[in-house]
Design a protein around this ligand. Structure first.
Ligand code: ADP
Ligand code: MG
Length: 470
């Protein structure tokens, strides 16, 4: 619907600029994403190279920042130049008042070059801790399924390296809060002990860094860097399986840290003893401290998580709705959150109240995507859509760069998000053999390590695939 007054008005500088931004964005995201997240944004003013835009609510800012940060930066760079900045203003009469976590949205959000987060501690040599400040104890809900892990995590954060929980090994299925909890420990250590050096990374990231170090003849520096940490947090350690040399170096780093009373924190999808293919001496060390599991949340915890998350978006949901979601989405907290986000999105766009029928519709959509999202076809579809490549091209012998990239990324995500064997994955991409898949996996890992923007893109594709949120 066109607003006649707006249509008639002489086009102002800021709307011209925003229009250009939208064009750029439009050509880089699927139509649904564009319509959902970017169309509702209105430009307000342009001052020097700072463009102020109005968004319907804080939830939009959070969502866009989390999923389209890279794109936004690229757009601003492209249209307004390197000096360009974007300032979000929340539309006050456009929705519920939001009381978010303190500090997060106190100020209009400025997006210029957020890139990497640096340690917020001026006395120490700067290095990237890779911790996401959003993962805190304060927003981690206690439940039966995470009781032990959470209690241990608190103890460790108070006295890193000094409890008997060293290493602290947390394991369990996807979306149950492992990453949240281990990062919360890291954030708390940095807050309570500002001098301590804390680093968080996934085992894949660690591997890629290691491979780079080997190639650049800096393996010793690599080792000493990590041996110098006060707390080393490695996520998804199961991906070290089969990487003998990385395991070797990790083993020595582990020993040095452990001997000098430094804290080691690890997560995995299974308990240490089930990490087949991991060096026995590592497995035995993983059992030295505490191995604690996280289980799917019970009903009350699911309700509490939903309530808390809703509150952080500034809304309150009726019990009937909370219960409907909690009864129907049971196995995974990420999905629970995804459902809430989807619900908020549909409601804020259609300006409809969140009611039971909207909740039912959303739960149904989530359940359907859950079934299809396991398939390699679905992954391929989402990846191709994102890069604007025809799906059948990635299955043919096409060597065009964008096709090769999409194919490799789709293979990479298929390996990460499905249980399919390398052989099966190869078969889905025009009968390629398993070594091609390995090659694809490694090159994507390599690219990610040197290209944070690509990593962002891949993370958001992953989210999209897992949640079915475009
Ligand atoms: P995992 O690493 O086990 O796959 P994550 O830590 O990524 O799971 O959790 C998935 C999502 O669910 C994250 O957004 C996280 O903040 C949220 N989450 C998980 N557990 C809890 C909890 N106990 N309380 C609040 N949020 C949680
Ligand atoms: Mg995780």
């Amino acid at each position: 619907m066109k607003d006649p007054i707006i249509a008639e008005r002489v086009e102002t500088e800021h709307s011209k600029i925003w229009k250009q931004c939208l064009e750029f964005i439009k050509s880089n995201v699927p139509a649904l994403t564009y319509n959902t997240w970017f169309l509702p944004i209105k430009p307000i003013e342009l001052e020097n190279s700072t463009l102020k835009i109005k968004v319907p609510n804080n939830f939009f800012i959070e969502w866009i920042d989390e999923h389209y940060n890279t794109l936004i930066n690229r757009t601003i760079n492209q249209i307004l130049g390197t000096e360009g900045q974007l300032v979000y203003i929340v539309d006050d009469d456009g929705g519920p008042v939001l009381d978010n976590e303190p500090g997060l949205f106190d100020e209009p959000q400025k997006v210029s070059k957020p890139e990497v987060k640096t340690q917020n501690n001026n006395d120490e040599p700067e290095f990237e801790s890779y911790l996401n400040p959003r993962y805190k104890f304060e927003n981690f809900i206690k439940g039966e399924g995470n009781q032990l892990a959470r209690a241990a995590a608190y103890a460790i954060a108070d006295n890193p390296g000094e409890t008997s929980f060293n290493p602290f090994f947390i394991y369990g299925g996807v979306g149950l809060g492992k990453t949240h909890l281990i990062q919360a420990i890291g954030n708390k250590i940095m807050e309570k002990h500002p001098g301590k050096k804390v680093i968080y990374l996934s085992s894949e990231h660690f591997t890629v860094q290691f491979v780079d170090a080997i190639q650049n003849n800096t393996a010793n520096e690599f080792s000493s860097f990590y041996k110098n940490m006060d707390a080393l947090i490695i996520d998804d350690i199961q991906f070290l399986v089969g990487k003998e040399k990385t395991q070797d170096y990790f083993f020595h780093i582990f020993n040095t840290l452990h001997q000098s009373g430094k804290q080691i924190i690890l997560s995995s999808d299974k308990p240490p003893k089930d990490l087949k293919g991991l060096n026995e001496r590592l497995i035995s060390r993983f059992q030295w401290g505490l191995a604690a599991d996280v289980q799917p949340p019970d009903f009350e915890t699911r309700i509490a998580i939903l309530k808390n998350k809703a509150k952080s978006f500034g809304i309150e949901l009726e019990n009937e709705i909370l219960e409907y979601i909690a009864v129907n989405i049971t196995s995974n907290i990420r999905e629970l959150e995804g459902c809430l986000i989807k619900l908020l999105a549909s409601s804020s766009l259609s300006s409809k109240e969140i009611d039971l029928s909207l909740a039912k519709k959303t739960v149904k959509e989530i359940s359907t995507t859950r079934q299809i999202n396991i398939s390699i076809e679905y992954i391929t579809k989402i990846v191709c859509e994102h890069f604007g490549v025809e799906e059948n091209k990635v299955r043919e012998k096409n060597r065009k760069q964008e096709v090769v990239n999409s194919r490799q990324i789709a293979m990479y995500l298929s390996k990460q998000l499905t249980r399919s064997s390398l052989k099966t994955i190869g078969l889905h991409f025009g009968g390629r053999d398993h070594s091609t898949v390995i090659h694809a996996f490694n090159s994507v890992e390599n690219m990610i390590s040197s290209d944070i923007k690509l990593k962002d893109t891949i993370d958001s594709l992953k989210n999209k695939i897992e949640l079915g949120v475009a």
